[in-house]
Write a protein that binds this ligand. Structure first.
Ligand SMILES: Cc1cc2nc3c(=O)[nH]c(=O)nc-3n(C[C@H](O)[C@H](O)[C@H](O)COP(=O)(O)OP(=O)(O)OC[C@H]3O[C@@H](n4cnc5c(N)ncnc54)[C@H](O)[C@@H]3O)c2cc1C
Length: 556
């Protein structure tokens, strides 16, 4: 019998499998799709054209995990963009962000804003630093039992409190703002010109079905800046071969340690014995026994479809049924005969702006309107579109001279307000997205040779992302840190003994970080070591081997 069975082969499932196997556990991972990687995969979506079909750009992947899993040795190479962002504007101008020239670019719109950039970045970095320090930690958890059980959690909370206490008062104020305010309020407080506010504010609506003026949207912005590319903090880059190169390297690292990976193998049920998880039943009816079960799924999907409701506390189940899920995102991949030729910066030969994140959303007002349209009508008349053309950095994705582009579009309603199905509107909305880019680059529509279109419903069907939620649950204060996925279960342990959760619905949340997988493995190993020491029998057998050292950056 196995030590652990992992449900789902998203990147977090793979990371968790790796750390468990590294500690000596015998691990089987079961993935529903034909390929591992979850939302971080590369696929051929049009003959001869490959792309990262869902997640498309890398920054948050934790450096300690890259190191521990030796992802470089397993074929992963990440490159930086030549320019961070490019915003074509309605008045015929544009803004470029990055490449060491942001201040001069912003000064074309406001000298005052250019002068304030450095202070804004410092403030944001201060908060991002704190977050970085927490990413690989298990949050303080609400525990049952006496003071002995509560003590370690109190200690953790105290340590965190102390970290915050050591910050200067202005830094504490900034932190409070970033955790509670809207991105719009914060950016309006710093800057007066629209383009730089739009460039920074875009991060607050990515995957967040909300106006940039909704309280809490500043945290989503912060969530997008705690990463790095090859040591450059806050930068976003490209994995050569697409996001699938990350998860294929992870699969190799796990398999090298003996992890058994089975694809096209959906799990239909978590097996329980005397109230304890002790394996799974696959869709084909095979029973796979294991001492522990770890789920990589959106927690709502796990608890409402795979676990016997009678095994869950009533309050827990009721809350999980109402777990807030649903990004306002619409995702397209297009095969292009040529690069977009922007009216504001003409040219079809590769230039730095073609290799950047091209943001079509010239102001925060535009983004707010996009949200209100989507609430009322299901999608925005003038949607927010980020265009990334990875073939400008990676020739492996498209035939020579041609290109692939990711279109990451916000806002659309996860469920349409009139109750109709996304299947009835998918193509019409896809045309709208292409027309939106075409307004700024008039050769775009006719350059499209083929397209793949994913509505929120398609994201749910294809990847198991409930409501198309790219984070496995909204990143609101009510669903973060000690409350992710719920107060009392922030330690990656389910209310069912022997069941653990390792996906993005746990701290620190969504994005290709690997952190939930890493942290969940640490907690599983803690329990396995504890039971081993206690000489207990679980599901009728002894642990196979000593789990070895706990995983983490310190053990590398
Ligand atoms: C359109 C889109 C764009 C994004 N862009 C970015 C980006 O550019 N950069 C970034 O960092 N993040 C991005 N994200 C977010 C990021 O991709 C996700 O938050 C992250 O991949 C979640 O990883 P995970 O391993 O926790 O879960 P997932 O990747 O969701 O993996 C879960 C796995 O479980 C499998 N599964 C589901 N049900 C079962 C079952 N019953 N049995 C067996 N297996 C099952 C699924 O098939 C899937 O493989 C994006 C996400 C989306 C959807």
């Amino acid at each position: 019998m196995r030590d652990a069975v992992i449900i789902g082969g998203g990147h977090n499932g793979l990371v968790c499998a790796f750390y468990l196997a590294r500690a000596g556990l015998k691990v089987t991972l079961l993935e529903r799709r034909a390929v591992v990687g979850g939302a971080a995969v590369t696929e051929e979506f049009h003959p001869g054209f490959r792309n990262s079909v869902a997640a498309y750009t890398v920054s948050l992947l934790n450096p300690a995990i890259i190191h521990d899993m030796a992802l470089g040795r397993h074929g992963l190479r990440i490159v930086e963009r030549p320019l961070s962002n490019f915003l074509p504007l309605d008045d015929g101008r544009y803004l470029k962000v990055g490449a060491g020239n942001t201040a001069a670019e912003v000064a074309r719109f406001s000298r005052r804003d250019a002068d304030r950039l450095a202070a804004y970045q410092r403030e944001l970095e201060g908060a991002a630093d704190l977050l970085r320090g927490l990413v690989l930690q298990t949050p303080p958890n609400r525990v049952t039992g006496g003071w002995l059980a509560a003590l370690p959690e109190l200690f953790k909370a105290g340590k965190l409190g102390n970290q915050v206490r050591k910050l200067s008062v202005p830094a504490q104020r900034a932190l409070l703002d970033l955790f509670t305010k809207s991105a719009g309020d914060i950016l309006d407080g710093w800057f007066e010109s629209d383009p730089i506010k739009a460039a920074y504010g875009f991060d607050s609506v990515v995957g967040n079905y909300a106006s940039p003026y909704a309280p809490g949207s500043a945290y989503v912005l912060l969530h997008h800046v705690f990463g790095e590319v090859n040591g450059v903090r806050g930068a976003w880059g490209h994995a050569i071969g697409g996001m699938g190169a990350i998860t294929q390297a992870m699969a190799k690292a796990a398999q090298a340690l003996g992890v058994e990976i089975r694809t096209a193998c959906p799990v239909a049920e978590v097996l329980l014995e005397r109230g304890r998880a002790c394996g799974v039943v696959t869709g084909a009816g095979e029973r796979i026994a294991a001492r522990v079960v770890v789920s990589n799924l959106n927690p709502r999907l796990l608890y409402t479809t795979l676990v016997d409701p009678a095994a869950l506390p009533a309050d827990f189940l009721r809350r999980m049924q109402r777990w807030r899920c649903g990004s306002g995102t619409f995702r397209m991949n297009v095969a292009l005969s040529e690069l977009p030729d922007f009216t504001c910066l003409p040219g079809k030969t590769m230039a730095p702006h073609h290799g950047s994140g091209i943001i079509i959303a010239p102001s925060l007002r535009y983004m707010e309107r996009a949200y209100h349209d989507a609430r009322a009508d299901g999608w925005s008349r003038a949607p927010i579109v980020e265009v990334v053309i990875p073939s400008t950095l990676d020739a492996s994705l498209a035939p020579a001279g041609q290109h692939v582009a990711s279109l990451f579009c916000q806002h659309v309603a996860p469920q349409l307000p009139d109750g109709s199905s996304w299947d009835a509107h998918r193509d019409r909305v896809a045309d709208l997205m292409i027309d939106t880019v075409d307004r700024y680059a008039p050769n775009f529509r006719r350059a499209v040779l083929g397209r793949q279109v994913m509505s929120p419903l398609d994201l749910e069907r294809t990847f198991g992302l409930v409501g198309g939620d790219i984070f496995h649950g909204a990143l609101g204060l009510d669903q973060l840190f000690s409350a992710r996925p719920m107060l009392g279960h922030a330690d990656y342990r389910a209310p069912v003994p022997g069941l653990y959760t390792c996906g993005a619905g746990n701290h620190p949340g969504g994005g290709v970080t690997g952190a939930p997988g890493h942290n969940a493995a640490r907690e599983v190993l803690r329990d396995v070591a504890h039971h081993h020491r206690a000489g207990r029998r679980e599901c009728g057998r002894e642990p196979r081997s000593d789990p070895g050292p706990e995983p983490g950056p310190h053990t590398a």
